[in-house]
Design a binder for this molecule. Structure first.
Ligand SMILES: Nc1ncnc2c1ncn2[C@@H]1O[C@H](COP(=O)(O)OP(=O)(O)O)[C@@H](O)[C@H]1O
Ligand SMILES: N[C@@H](CCC(=O)OP(=O)(O)O)C(=O)O
Length: 374
């Protein structure tokens, strides 16, 4: 077991702060807390660390400003609250970082931005440029424009996607608990604290429950899944209390505070990580047993002959899932043919592609190099 926090050696960090912390349990923007994190982030920067902040709290702050006591159910009302609250977040962060002569930059993202390769690369280079300029990027989901089809849904997941996007060394999730317990400590007084574990361990998911307050979205499960996702690019995750004194500076000094979730999964290349990080896919192809073995056991590409069904409408180059007969996802990757063309060539040998379509783009429906096994 490590006695030095993984944060000590991390050079590039993503720090995520949850709604209940940012808004003092919905009482209003906690400027004191924001000011303490800004002071700590300024110290991390002085130590040579690059920091990107992912902050929740727009909806909670917007509700408060609009005088709404209960989280609205109607999507346009949630979106309106987010639009109002985001103004408060941006203003508050700008002023607390200004005290340390640090500029901030607001970045509002949707899942659509990250699943489009061109926009993904744009977001990445903008973030790198901001870091190089010494600016602290502050990210939230663009709640005002998201629909179910294009949303990430919670900022723990968004934090992990950003971690992978900028190849950060670590993701720090600050919340209202000390870290992960064996059960929700709000419900189980005997819950045991977990100080270290491996990101992606299945047992962790059974320990984690939903959100403890009505302010947050994710709860502990999204944090555990975020750690697993971030581990794909080799990033370690620490879940700790945002109320712990000097938490970020102490972590950077090597002190183990909170739950450390070590990355120990096989590393994916940056492009494969982008494929793995698609939360919503445009379609799926069902593969037969032979193709399932070829993909998962023999490291082979997917050929049209192994496909038995096609769902959804997709274009060449879209990310599509390969599922078995029971619907379980075996792999996903960039497909070489549109859904219409795939329907015409499925169950057929490669030698028939040209005769069926008039030309052959590629021999494989999905090439191994463009595929991630699940
Ligand atoms: N196993 C667990 N360990 C710790 N907290 C848990 C666990 N399961 C559920 N929770 C709940 O998750 C809450 C934190 O999630 P959430 O309210 O979404 O916070 P945030 O706004 O920081 O994302 C805690 O307050 C706690 O009640
Ligand atoms: N984008 C939303 C936050 C959604 C969310 O994941 O909240 P939380 O679980 O508190 O991190 C907002 O700013 O209100």
């Amino acid at each position: 077991m490590n006695t030095t926090s993984v944060i000590a050696s991390a050079r590039r960090l993503v720090i995520k702060v949850g709604s209940s912390l940012v808004t003092d349990e919905g009482r209003g923007l906690d400027r004191q807390a924001l000011s303490l994190w800004a002071a700590q982030i300024a110290r991390l920067r002085a130590l040579g660390k690059e920091v990107v902040l992912v902050s929740s709290g727009a909806i909670a702050e917007g509700m408060l400003r609009l005088g709404w006591e209960k989280r609205p159910v109607l999507v346009p009302e949630l979106q309106a609250a987010a639009a109002v609250g985001q103004m408060g977040l941006a203003q508050a962060y700008e002023s607390v970082f200004a005290q340390h002569a640090l500029h901030t930059a607001q970045i509002l993202l949707t899942h659509d931005d990250l699943s489009d390769r061109r926009r993904y690369l744009n977001a990445r280079s903008t973030l790198f440029t901001l870091l190089r300029l010494g600016v602290v990027p502050i990210i939230n989901e663009n709640d005002t424009v998201v629909t179910d089809e294009i949303k990430v849904g919670d900022n723990d997941t968004l934090g992990a996607l950003v971690t992978n996007l900028i190849e950060a060394d670590a993701l720090v999730i600050l919340t209202d608990q000390r870290g992960l317990y064996s059960a929700d400590p709000r419900k189980d007084p005997d819950a045991r604290f977990i100080s270290h574990a491996r990101a992606g361990e299945a047992a962790l998911e059974t320990m984690a429950g939903g959100a403890g307050s009505s302010l947050g979205k994710g709860g502990m499960l999204t944090k555990i899944l975020a750690a697993k996702r971030a581990a794909g690019s080799g990033a370690h995750t620490v879940i700790a209390s945002g109320r712990e004194a000097e938490v970020l500076v102490r972590l950077a000094g090597g002190e183990c505070i909170g739950t450390e979730l070590q990355a120990s999964l096989p590393l994916l290349s940056a492009r494969k990580q982008w494929i793995a990080d698609h939360l919503q896919l445009r379609g799926r192809v069902t593969v037969d047993d032979g193709a399932a073995r070829a993909l998962t056991r023999d490291n082979k590409s997917l050929l049209p002959i192994g496909v038995t069904a096609v769902e959804g409408e997709f274009e060449r180059g879209d990310v599509v899932a390969c599922v078995d007969a029971s619907g379980k996802e075996l792999a996903r990757g960039l497909i070489n043919y549109s859904s219409g063309a795939t329907r015409r060539i499925m169950r057929q040998p490669t030698s028939q592609i040209e005769a069926l379509l008039g030309s052959m783009e590629e021999a494989e429906l999905m090439h191994r190099d463009n595929m991630v096994i699940r």
